[in-house]
Design a protein. Structure first.
Length: 187
């Protein structure tokens, strides 16, 4: 019985919309009457335990949804500020850290050609980058690297899975950087 309830919960939670009694019974390899009895027991228990979710019946189908009494809390969480989208500056800084880690702020700034303290701080705030130690050099500057959240966010299991630029791309990037430096030198 517990296994059957777990299956019903998993199906209703995952589907996010109503599922017919016929389909639920088919998944459980049970008759519709037996399946309906199990669902009704679950509905009663959810109500008795005053859970935040409930199972409702919609014209012979069942759906798991949030109780109306919880809407206020959902509105509160939904109205909280969302994480900002990564800007070009943040993406550029993040890619340098991802490919060069462990890397110091000074090394990042040398590659970017501009101050990068704010960008690194934002990436730390977003939990995409963290301090991973100190360089054994004068001043012992902080070393930065990517986090597990970075891996999750970009859908890779390790930094070894990051795409490697093709030699033609590297050459193109070098030419772009040189042209940009020439423009800066003239100003």
């Amino acid at each position: 019985m517990e296994q059957q309830e777990a299956i019903i919960e998993a199906v209703l939670f995952t589907m996010g919309e109503s599922v017919s009694l016929e389909k639920l019974a088919g998944v459980l390899n049970l008759g519709q009457d037996e399946t309906e009895r199990i669902i009704r027991q679950m509905m009663h228990r959810y109500e008795q335990e005053d859970r935040g979710v409930q199972i409702i019946e919609l014209d012979g189908s069942y759906q798991m949804c949030t109780k109306k009494q919880m809407y206020e809390y959902l509105i509160r969480i939904a109205s909280q500020p969302q994480k900002q989208v990564l800007t070009d500056v943040l993406l550029e800084t993040l890619s340098i850290i991802a490919y060069k880690q462990p890397v110091t702020k000074a090394e990042i700034e040398k590659i970017r050609g501009v101050s990068s303290g704010h960008a690194v701080s934002r990436l730390v705030d977003y939990n995409l980058v963290c301090e991973i130690g100190r360089l054994d050099a004068p001043g012992r500057p902080l070393l930065f690297g990517t986090t597990e959240e970075f891996l999750r966010s970009f859908g890779v299991n390790s930094i070894d899975e990051l795409p490697q630029p093709q030699p033609e791309q590297i050459e193109e990037f070098r030419h772009e950087a040189e042209a940009e430096m020439e423009i800066r030198m003239k100003v």
